[in-house]
Design a protein. Structure first.
Length: 165
């Protein structure tokens, strides 16, 4: 809706769907996130960075090349957040708890969709810049929640030696 109200052509808005490739290609950087671990920190950092991107979009208030870049960065950060959430869930929970956790995560995803609807409605009262700032506040709250979540288990990596001991 934002871009349409900015006068962006529908075909350009349609091209934005290509940015969804970030979720398709996230397997390329997922191993690095899992290697460095600290999934809570990754989630919080991604949330803060997504909020900062929204601040930029609110300030930019248009649809130029920098906005395209910002949206691309936002989708990559969102996919990174998804990787970190998956890693945290798998690392933190026992195998028999993963089914319930998946159900809760899907439920919280739906809550997030409702929150985005709230932000959309807020745009009618606050304008788009205000709505982007409300969304930034939500991301900041999520970052705090991530850092307040229970810590991951300590993983001890062992080095494998080759040759005689």
């Amino acid at each position: 809706m934002y871009f349409r109200q900015q006068g962006v052509e529908l075909k350009s808005i349609g091209v934005l769907s290509l940015l969804g490739l970030a979720w398709t290609l996230k397997f390329l950087w997922a191993p690095a996130i899992d290697y460095w671990r600290h999934h809570r920190r990754w989630m919080a950092a991604a949330d803060v960075a997504m909020g900062l991107v929204l601040v930029f979009v609110a300030i930019e208030a248009g649809f130029g090349p920098l906005t395209w870049l910002a949206i691309g960065l936002f989708t990559a950060l969102s996919a990174t957040n998804d990787i970190a959430i998956d890693g945290y869930t798998i690392e933190f929970l026992a195998k028999d708890e993963l089914g319930l956790a998946n159900g809760i995560r899907i439920g919280l995803y739906r809550v997030g969709m409702l929150a985005s609807g709230f932000v959309l409605m807020a745009s009618a009262w606050l304008g788009w810049q205000g709505a982007f700032l409300v969304a930034t506040g939500i991301f900041a709250a999520l970052a705090v929640a991530c850092l307040a979540a229970p810590r991951e288990r300590v993983l001890v990596r062992t080095r494998h030696r080759s040759g005689p001991s």
